[in-house]
Ligand binder design. Structure first.
Ligand code: CS2
Length: 481
């Protein structure tokens, strides 16, 4: 049977435009919105690149199945709150019209780290980025999220409308403030008065989002039909856990009652975000690079290896937890115990290769902040150093068997080229990668303790291989023979 709308379903109207309609937003934002049962807050999804989501969703009336997979089994739910899907490159005007419509009060974003066209080390807008250059030269037909936001805000101002709230749902530090800075910097290039209006009238709340949502596979599609009896070309698969902590700062207080689904509205998101980015995402990236190099396909498989489970435990307990301040009402060791169970969930097949993507954009907020904290305390960081060494090794593009790795990263070519300059000299290779200031800033490459720790860890990886290096790193006492 085909999925199609029925009279019993709520008649959602667009109140929110979402840029970057991927599996994560459909399994997080959309479910929280569905839980409000407030039909005035339907979501119009926008794909900034490819037509795939639209092509799959529109023929089924923009309905889809959310499949919750826990260790004990799966439950399904039909999501109804999507009002349409637009494909920006095909019709940027339609996207701008929707964003500047009076009924649109919020624009949410999940465009991944690289979608912001910023310098990950400093958080500043990269004016030399091809998308930014294009959008400044052709502001009426933008390609990137920042260009769309600024043009839509300009149109709202020209039409005498209130601005929308921009709610960033990507894993970036102080994500609302970051986007505000980028939008204002871009707007200032176009019109300083517009930039000033945005700065005073618009709102960019910070938020911390959390739910593990692996990419949907053909096997998932087949399983959903077997479970539900419906043919759904675009289901999303997610874990039971979800969390959303949002700074309560919206234009005219216009927002859905997301607390109905358990979202927390707080004055200060930063402690929650630090905890999540550094403990969850930091460990995810660690398992992604070192697990991939060790020959593991998914996070759950990697965690099933006691060598890796012990490593990530030491990474959390000895190196990250001591330098992360706990958010109000949270015990970090409980948080970590819950994370371990989430990572072990065998029903979620989250590929190490998927998480390994775009490391150059992810490392700063996931790992380098923690590394700076430890260096400031002159504290050892063997596990963190091994993770960075794992990333260096991964981005060389060749695995431990000499097979090519499909490295997806905006800096992939650069990373490979830098390493290829030093075929016979591993230390020089590591130094050359760590010297990339857009990732490591100016401070880390100049810190002899950091460079020495990563170089030593890289040596261990090459000599012993990832599985053995992981098992031995960070143990205070050597293992009994
Ligand atoms: C993952 C995240 O792909 C990745 O880099 O670390 O998508 C992670 O699954 C989510 O942030 C969990 O909330």
């Amino acid at each position: 049977m085909q999925l199609s709308r029925t009279d019993e379903m709520p008649a959602w109207r667009t109140g929110l435009v979402h840029l970057g309609l991927g599996a994560f937003a459909r399994a997080h934002l959309a479910l929280y919105t569905e839980d409000t049962s407030d039909a005035g807050w339907g979501i119009l999804g926008v794909s900034l690149q490819r037509p795939d989501q639209r092509d799959l969703l529109v023929p089924q009336d923009c309905l889809y199945t959310a499949v919750e997979r826990g260790p004990e089994g799966a439950t399904t739910r039909i999501v109804t709150c999507l009002t349409g899907v637009l494909v920006a490159p095909e019709d940027p005007e339609a996207v701008l019209a929707a964003m500047s419509a009076e009924g649109t009060r919020i624009v949410t974003l999940t465009i991944t780290e690289k979608g912001y066209c910023h310098d990950p080390a400093t958080g500043r807008l990269n004016l030399a980025h091809p998308t930014i250059e294009h959008d400044l030269a052709h502001p009426q037909t933008p390609r990137g999220a920042i260009g769309f936001l600024v043009e839509a805000l300009r149109r709202r101002r020209a039409a005498g409308l209130r601005p929308f709230t921009v709610l960033c749902c990507d894993n970036l530090p102080a994500n609302g403030r970051l986007v505000a800075r980028l939008v204002e910097a871009f707007a200032a290039q176009r019109d300083p008065e517009l930039a000033a209006w945005i700065a005073t009238e618009a709102r960019f709340p910070c938020s911390m989002v959390d739910r593990i949502v692996p990419a949907t596979t053909p096997a998932d599609v087949a399983e959903v039909e077997a479970l539900t009896g419906y043919a759904d070309a675009a289901p999303v698969i997610h874990e039971p856990f979800r969390q959303w902590v949002i700074e309560d700062r919206f234009v005219d207080d216009a927002r859905p009652r997301w607390e109905a689904g358990g979202a927390q509205f707080v004055a200060e998101v930063e402690p929650f975000e630090h905890m999540k980015l550094r403990l969850l995402n930091g460990a995810h990236s660690a398992l992604a690079y070192l697990g991939y190099l060790g020959g593991y396909e998914t996070i759950a498989e990697t965690m099933a290896d006691p060598g890796y489970a012990g490593f990530v435990e030491r990474l959390w307990r000895d190196e990250i937890v001591p330098v992360v301040p706990p958010p109000p009402g949270t015990t970090l060791l409980d948080y970590v115990a819950a994370l371990e169970a989430r990572f072990r969930n065998p029903a979620i097949r989250h590929r190490t290769w998927q998480i390994a993507m775009d490391g150059s954009q992810k490392l700063p907020q996931r790992l380098l902040g923690t590394i700076r904290e430890r260096l400031a305390r002159d504290a050892p960081l063997p596990c963190l150093a091994l993770v960075i060494a794992g990333w260096v090794s991964y981005t060389s593009g060749v695995d431990e068997q000499g097979e090519p790795i499909d490295v997806r990263d905006p800096l992939a070519d650069r990373l490979r080229a830098v390493q290829a300059d030093w075929p016979e000299d591993p230390e020089a290779r590591v130094r050359a990668v760590l010297a990339l200031e857009q990732i490591f800033g100016a401070d880390l490459p100049a810190d002899g303790r950091f460079v020495a720790a990563v170089t030593a860890a890289y040596g261990d990886l090459r000599t012993h291989g990832a599985r053995a290096a992981v098992s031995m790193t960070g143990r205070t006492a050597p293992e009994a023979p």
